[in-house]
Structure formats: C-alpha cells, structure tokens
Design a protein around this ligand. Structure first.
Ligand code: HEM
Length: 137
C-alpha cells in the first residue's frame, strides 16, 4: 500500500496532497485482492513442491544441480544474480517443470463459473481441477 500510494501521490498537484477517498477505496480493494489470492496459493504450491521433492531424491538433485549451474553455489548467490539479471529466471526448465507438475498433481486453487451446458441456471459450478488434471482421457 505504501508503494502504491507514494506513486499515486507523485501524480497529484502540489496544492492537493490529500488522498481522495475514491482512489483509496479502490487501491485497498485491489492490493488486498492481490495479497490474499496470491498468498495461500503460493505457500501451498511451495510446500507441495518440497513434499514431492522430498519423495524423489533424484529429482531434488537435478533441481539443485540446475540452480547451482545458473545461480552459482551458496545459499545467497541466487538473490544477487537475480537482482542483476532477473531474466535468468527463465533458464530453469527443470525447476519450471517440477513446479508445473506439482501444480498439476496438487492444484492449490479452484475456479467457480456459471453453468451453461447442463440446466444449472443460478448455480455456481465448482471446477475440481485435481480431477481434471488427473483425467487421462
Ligand atoms: C501457485 C500460485 C497460484 C495459483 C495456483 C493461482 C491460481 C489461480 C486460479 C485457478 C485463478 C482463477 C480462479 C477463477 O477464475 O475461478 C486465479 C485467479 C487470480 N489470481 Fe491466482 N494463483 C496463484 C498465484 C497468484 C498470485 C501470486 C497472485 C497475485 C499476487 C494471484 C492473483 C490472482 C488474481 C488477481 C486472480 C483473479 C481473481 C478474480 O477473478 O478477480 N494469483 N488464480
């Protein structure tokens, strides 16, 4: 919120430096949406990655090897490398595959839609992603 408001205030005329209530209301809604919808899904996805990797030592070794070759060795080197060259994050195909496969096996989020195919007017259709992702047909 601090960053959003500071950037917005830079666009205000100097004589009018108070926050207007319309902007404030929408900024709070959007920032809250981003924080809440992103937080739990991310945390769950990371935990599931760790869980699955703990069951597959060979895959864990490959992830580590990929990270070492891209970021160098040492726990803090990734942060430094990424600060200087953020695009290097795209050079982790194996890690990316692990994340995608984890999301396929244990999707941490679902979706709700209006139904049109079956007579479901007025109902919210809850999409069971885990079943869709495991359906081989
Ligand atoms: C592994 C991480 C994540 C997963 C699996 C995930 C999954 C999803 C899914 C399935 C939807 C669609 C729900 C629907 O349309 O019914 C959605 C919507 C959304 N996600 Fe995520 N998400 C993740 C991370 C994040 C993060 C980090 C952010 C933001 C910081 C974010 C922001 C949003 C927003 C704004 C929407 C749209 C909400 C709306 O329809 O108004 N998500 N996400």
């Amino acid at each position: 919120m601090d960053i959003v408001i500071a950037e917005y205030m830079k666009t205000r005329p100097q004589r009018d430096l108070h926050l207007d209530s319309g902007f404030r209301a929408w900024a709070v809604i959007h920032v809250r949406l981003f924080l809440f919808v992103g937080h739990d899904s991310e945390a769950t996805a990371i935990l599931n990655c760790f869980y699955l990797l703990s069951k597959s030592p060979e895959m864990l070794a490959r992830v580590r090897q990929e990270h070492s070759s891209v970021f160098g060795t040492g726990a803090s080197s990734a942060q430094e490398v990424l600060k200087g060259r953020p695009e290097i994050i795209n050079q982790l195909p194996y890690t990316s595959a692990v994340i995608k496969e984890t999301l396929r096996m244990f999707p941490p989020a679902n979706g709700m839609r209006d139904g049109t195919f079956f007579p479901t007017e007025g109902l919210g259709i809850w999409i069971v992603q885990a079943a869709v992702h495991r359906n081989v047909k």
